[in-house]
Structures are given as C-alpha cells and as structure tokens.
Design a protein around this ligand. Structure first.
Ligand SMILES: Nc1ncnc2c1ncn2[C@@H]1O[C@H](COP(=O)(O)OP(=O)(O)OP(=O)(O)O)[C@@H](O)[C@H]1O
Ligand SMILES: [Mg+2]
Length: 420
C-alpha cells in the first residue's frame, strides 16, 4: 500500500492522548492500530507542561507504531481549548477564467479573500469552511466549479485559535520527531464521525464532552456555522464527587465509571464487606467497599445527584452560549452528545430537559478493522480526524489536477495563515 494511504490521527485530550492508525482504500477506512495513554501535561485541552506532554505523546505514538507496524512520521492532530473561536466572513472576487467559467483557482481566490479579516496577530486561522457560494447574486451553491458567472462570493465560517496554544501543541509533536500534517478543531473532527448528513442539513449542535473541555460545533443547512469551547468536563464531575464522597480523585473517578458500567455493578451484587462478611449490595446502592472510602456502599441517587448537578450547570452554560450566538432557534434536529462524558447514564435526559430538544449520544461510525477498543464516544475526535483527511484525499483524487470547492471547504492552512 502506498505510504500516503495511511492516515494517523493524534487526539491530544485532557484525559487521554490517543492515536489511531488507519488505511484508506477508496472510501473504506480500516483501523490497523490504536493506542491511548492517560494524559499528562494537558489541562482543559491545552499544553501546560511541555516535557510531560512530549513524554506522553511519544509513548502513545511508539505503541501505536508497534501495534500497526506502520512507522509514524506525520500525524493529523486535533486541537481544542477555550482559545478556539469562530466567525462568519464574506469574500468576493471577479471570475477570471475563460468564458467566465468558474475554476478551482477562482474558488481558492474567493476563499483567500474571505480570510482577509481583522484578527490580532496572536490569532491563527485553523479552518476556512465555506458555507455557501454566491454566483452573480444566486446563492445556495455548494460547489460552483464549472458554473458561468462574473462575480463569485463566498460566505465562510472561519475557525481560529491562539497562535501560542497552537505553537505549544505542534512543538510537542515536533519534539518527538513527527511532522504535523494537519490541525483539526476537535469539535469539527468529532462531527465528521458522529453526525449524519440529515442532522447537519436540518440544524444540529454537536457537543463533545471530554475530560476538560466541551467542544461545540453547530451545523445549519448542512454547513458548519459556529464553534466554541468551554473549559468544563468530566474532571469537574469527578472533583465534585471526590468532595462529596470525601475520597481521592482516583476513587471518585472509579465510582463515576461504575455508575454507568452495568457489568461491574452486576459482578458486585454479592461481595465481601470490609469486615470480611459476605454481603448483598442493596439494589439502590453502589458497592465501593474495595475503594479507599470509609463505607462499603453509597446510595446511587446521591452519586447521581452530585454528578447531574454539575452536568446541568455545564449544559446551562452551553445553552447561554448558543442563545448569545443566535442559534437557539436554528437547531431543530437537536443535540448530539459525544466524548467520554456522553457515556454517563441518563445524560441524554438531563440535556433534553434543559434544551427541550431531541438528544442522542453519538458514537463514531464508518470505520472497520481493529475497532473493538475505539468504538466508544471518547474516540469520536480521533476517528473523525481520519475521516476528515480521507474525505479530502478522495476529493483530491476525484478532481486530480484541480481542487474542487469541497477540498477548499476542508483545507487547513495553519502554516501559511498567520494573519496580519
Ligand atoms: N462511562 C462513563 N461515565 C461517565 N464519565 C465517563 C465515562 N467514561 C469516560 N468518562 C469521562 O469522560 C472523560 C474523558 O473523555 P474523553 O476521553 O473524551 O476526554 P479527552 O478527549 O481526553 O478530553 P478533552 O476533549 O476534554 O480535552 C473523563 O472525565 C471520564 O471520567
Ligand atoms: Mg476530546
């Protein structure tokens, strides 16, 4: 298989750093290796300790390399953090091609024009995502290649982030001797693996709730419209539980995961208590006798109360963000939750009670091979990053020699796009 047909995604999260290696054969993606390592040196999605992050990234890449048998020299990297913002922009150019036919070059120029926005020099463009093209005042066009016209306009959604945060992330990866092929906003990556075309078309908000961040990505009329990142995640839920149960963070995390893992709960129905007696765990209690907590069981509704209160607060924040951005009435398809926290039992109900909209938990789809370990929502971003790049490669192959509008939809120009 040619070298460029293998895509390696590195998801640098606050809870885990994970790497997924996949082969691409036409539109078929097959995972040949994956590895996750508990995160070190990352807080709320951004690097806060270079040495620790480098160590962790290096371990992850080495293990993924061993598992896949593919030497890793380039990676597609997800980026998140509260520094991520988005804005809508407009670009306009005169069509230059023969017979006023719109060429790939015209599309590239109009997207370039949409980037001419005034951002401080501390910001860097991560994505320019065209939402619609307008040819001589006719709007609603997704790919104007080959159309006739004099004036070409684009409405684009621009996702940008802090140059410093992005530099620190890429620096860590360079330090392990690996090149950054592409940066992808993690919320956009997750939406690639989790959302259906219908959801995007109708209007949906994707929320990837990880350990330290909530990545928001809103789609309206099939196109990305708004992105934002909030610094709240599963680690805050664990902190609250640790305070409530007077336990260590590690034990609070175990209690939290036990609440949504049926097998564990079943296994522990008959257990030995701290005095060595066999005891049946009451139905509404959760066994914690093996943890460093001064009781054998805790009421499940107490644990749920603590967890849900924090999650409710977080989603009310999200609601405020969406309202402020003006999208609260534009998402009839509702909300799709992904990221590790989406595994919390009952989370869909909490969120639909707040938003009064349909809510579903989304797992990554459309990928085969060694997927057993990576089918959960926590891997939506890594798998989505692979899909994003594979779609780009497909577009490139389809339009060999000239890039289509779709490629430009997806092109990430982080290297050359330092803004004035
Ligand atoms: N079954 C579960 N029930 C509740 N929470 C869970 C469950 N599984 C994982 N989590 C939580 O999900 C979080 C990790 O999610 P994820 O792996 O998506 O984070 P990340 O991508 O590393 O972080 P981020 O995207 O915030 O930078 C942790 O806080 C973890 O406790
Ligand atoms: Mg994440």
């Amino acid at each position: 298989m040619p070298k460029d047909q293998v895509i390696v995604a590195l998801d640098v999260g606050s809870s885990k750093i994970s790497c997924v290696v996949a082969t691409v054969d036409k539109s078929k993606l097959s995972v040949i290796g994956a590895y996750s390592c508990p995160s070190r040196g990352i807080k709320n999605g951004v690097v806060n300790n270079i040495d620790k992050a480098v160590e962790c990234i290096s371990e992850t890449l080495t293990k993924a390399e061993m598992m896949s048998g593919h030497p890793i020299s380039r990676v597609v990297v997800t980026v998140t953090g509260t520094h991520i913002e988005s804005m809508n922009s407009h670009g306009v150019v005169a069509v230059s091609g023969e017979n006023s036919e719109i060429s790939a070059e015209d599309i590239a120029r109009v997207n370039e024009a949409a980037q001419a926005i005034s951002l401080p020099s501390s910001r860097e463009i991560i994505h320019v995502l065209p939402r619609e093209y307008v040819v001589d005042k006719q709007g609603g066009i997704f790919d104007p290649t080959g159309m006739s016209g004099v004036r070409l306009e684009v409405e684009a959604n621009i996702i940008h982030g802090s140059s410093t945060a992005i530099k620190n992330l890429t620096k860590c990866i360079h330090q392990v001797g690996v090149e950054v092929e592409q940066l992808i906003y993690s919320g956009l990556a997750s939406s690639e693996s989790v959302l259906t075309d219908t959801e995007k078309e109708l209007g949906t908000i994707l929320i990837d709730v990880g350990g330290g961040t909530m990545d928001l990505m809103i789609f309206t009329y099939g196109r990305p419209s708004y992105s934002a990142v909030l610094p709240i995640g599963g680690q805050d839920v664990t902190n609250d539980l640790a305070i409530g149960l007077r336990s260590l963070l590690e034990d609070a995390e175990k209690v939290k995961l036990r609440m949504s893992t049926d097998d564990l709960v079943k296994e522990r129905e008959v257990l030995i208590d701290k005095d060595g007696h066999e005891a049946k765990v009451p139905k509404n209690e959760l066994y914690v006798g093996d943890l460093n907590i001064p009781v054998d069981t805790v009421p499940k509704n107490l644990v749920n109360d603590i967890m849900f209160r924090r999650l409710e607060e977080a989603f009310k924040f999200v609601q405020l963000y969406i309202k402020k951005a003006g999208y609260d009435k534009k998402i009839p398809a509702g909300i799709v939750l992904t990221g590790g926290v989406a595994e919390t039992k009952g989370i869909d109900r909490i969120v639909s009670d707040i938003f009064k909209l349909p809510v579903r938990v989304g797992c990554p789809t459309g990928i085969s091979g060694l997927v057993d370990q990576i089918q959960g929502p926590a891997n939506a971003a890594a798998i989505g990053a692979i899909k994003f790049v594979s779609d780009m490669m497909l577009d490139e192959n389809r339009t060999t020699g000239h890039k289509s509008g779709n490629i430009i939809f997806k092109v990430v120009s982080f290297i050359k796009s330092f803004l004035p």
